[in-house]
Design a protein around this ligand. Sequence first.
Ligand code: GCU
Length: 339
Amino acid sequence: RDLLRGIPALGLGAAALAGCTQAGATTDVENILSVSLNQAENHPSFLALTYFGEQLAEATEGRWGARIYANEALGAQQEVVQLVSDGSVDMAVISSPQVENLSMAFRPLSLPGAFQDIDHQTAVLNDESIVGELFASLEPERRLRVLGAFTQGSRHIYTDRGPIEGPDDLAGLKIRVQESDVFMELTRALGGSPTPMAYGEVYTALQAGVLNGAENNEVSYVTQRHYEIAPHFTLTNHLVGLDYVMANVDRLENMDETDQEAFARSFAATQEEFVRLWAQETDVSTQHMIDHGVEIHDPDPEAFTPLIEEVGRSFLASEADEELYETVRAVAETQGGEG
Ligand code: GCU
């Protein structure tokens, strides 16, 4: 807990005494869980986790609450996942590539082509027989519990120039990616030059011209204000992304049993709230893009889709990978329609 002690400006004391409500923090509670996030305060993850803190405070009658540290205040995901593992931070939202950097067993769930859409992804994540063992696998050594996941929706490429109709148009463009060899390879396959970088650094790098673009969903594109500098948004649909919500196991197990149950109930309610917020904020962001003159390009699916699927499959490194990937894809077929 030393890390948090070192940040007096973020201390809760004064606000709790004054009895006022701070954005992202439950006040007047006995114990507070620190939650690390790299998103801004208007992102659905921040709103959902704030709701989590409120639910938890109510369900534990003020014994537990949460404080959400937005905008990488506690560090970027790659560092923060270690901080949760060693117990200096209690909870965090961690994007799938960073989890995969800890355990390759998670990789098939974050490959391009794994999920067709959010409904398909949700069905897989709710299937204990597919994800149960995997999600528990980080507990013994890493002390990390996967509480659940938030969708990142479909990810697309955006650039400072356009239109982008196919790989040739991305040639020579420096595209920021998450720190992940899958994303590096994917970007190369789609014609661009990948530059791995922490999320919070992207805006400045775009502004400085170190990057020509990046890839993300509409919500991140708008809440990080990347559209101000990279106003060409190309619907590459290269991946339905996944954020894991993780907690330090020891911290959870130190709660008494009633509070652990209240925690589980509060988190289940939060996941539902997130789904609602995500749909709402995707619409809001899309409208914001239109209102701010973003050019949305919809390339011929044949230009990128076959390359995307090929990269996904090329990262299946073992029989276990193949099996999980095929199990995941088979769920889409039982869903009917497109999904
Ligand atoms: C999304 C995702 C984050 C991730 C980010 C990124 O915003 O929700 O967890 O860190 O993409 O591209 O790094």
